[in-house]
Design a protein around this ligand. Structure first.
Ligand code: AMP
Length: 282
């Protein structure tokens, strides 16, 4: 497995393989890798001839009051996980490599980012789409792998790739969860034992919403009320947002018809967690 810190070396590696017709799969990450990331690398390994993982805690996607400084950095362990999964190259640029002092371009997706995560985290998606555009241009993978865990991000990246005619297929992989339903996240390690128990409230609320819809409830107001009640009942949890939206447009709906996505963000102490579930009205 090669570890590559520079854009130049990364580009050279990718173009070399591409000249021979090798199809590259790219898995963009911020490191602190867990089983969720592992599942993306496995999917890339299965679908592509060569796998590149990028590890970069992207300063552009953190707000000034957010957790950039405390974001976990576990490079040695991350490299072992990548190696175990048969990764061919790990791209580990430092910030000035991607953002030299003269850097001044931003890539942004408009409407889709003006809601949910975009409202709670102003500037976040601008950072995501800028770095993803750069990574896709550097590697030019045949496929790029993202997790459903970050549902809005996956929809935004699909829009970006389509709108800018980037030559990659976006593959969205299912959310990997702990046995009690908590979605794996690099931020889960911040949870104290009591908070870790409280954090199951995200999955409990999503499951309750799904149960209601499957039982025939079509009023989003009532689905949201039931989910909100569960979150309010958890003393360590504070609801940031909760929404029921169309799975492709992310427009909020008032009546459940066909498929919808339930999206939520919840603070557990000083840690902010997000999760989602796609549900079909049957
Ligand atoms: P991050 O390192 O948190 O930026 O995540 C890198 C990629 O891994 C993103 O596409 C995430 O959606 C994905 N990911 C994070 N957690 C999970 C999970 N629990 N299951 C599946 N994919 C995940």
């Amino acid at each position: 497995m090669r570890r590559v810190p520079s854009v130049k070396a990364m580009t050279a590696w990718a173009r070399g393989l591409q000249r021979e017709g090798v199809k590259i799969g790219l898995v963009p990450t911020m490191g602190a890798l867990h089983e969720g990331h592992r599942s993306l690398i496995r999917a890339a390994r299965l679908a592509c001839d060569a796998v590149a993982v990028s590890i970069f805690v992207n300063p552009l996607q953190f707000g000034p009051l957010e957790d950039f400084d405390r974001y976990p950095r576990t490079l040695a362990k991350d490299l072992r996980l990548c190696e175990e999964e048969g990764t061919d190259v790990v791209f580990v640029p430092r910030a000035p490599e991607l953002y030299p002092t003269e850097f001044e371009t931003a890539v942004s997706v408009q409407r889709l980012t003006r809601r949910f995560e975009g409202l709670s985290r102003p500037g976040h998606f601008g950072g995501v789409t800028t770095v993803v555009a750069k990574l896709l241009n550097i590697v030019r993978p045949e496929r790029a792998f993202f997790g459903q865990k970050d549902y809005q991000q996956a929809v935004v990246v699909e829009r970006l790739v389509e709108d800018l005619n980037l030559d990659a297929r976006v593959v969205v992989c299912p959310t990997v969860r702990e046995p009690d339903g908590l979605a794996l996240s690099s931020r889960n390690r911040f949870l104290a034992p009591e908070e870790r128990k409280a954090a199951t409230v995200l999955y409990r609320a999503l499951s309750a919403g799904r149960r209601l819809i499957r039982a025939g409830e079509r009023s989003v107001k009532r689905v949201e009320a039931a989910m909100t009640k569960l979150i309010w009942a958890e003393p360590l949890a504070r609801l940031d947002y909760l929404a029921v939206a169309h799975p492709a447009t992310l427009d909020e709906v008032r009546v459940v018809r066909g498929r919808v996505v339930l999206l939520l963000a919840v603070w557990i102490g000083t840690t902010r967690l997000i999760d989602n579930m796609v549900v079909s009205a049957r």
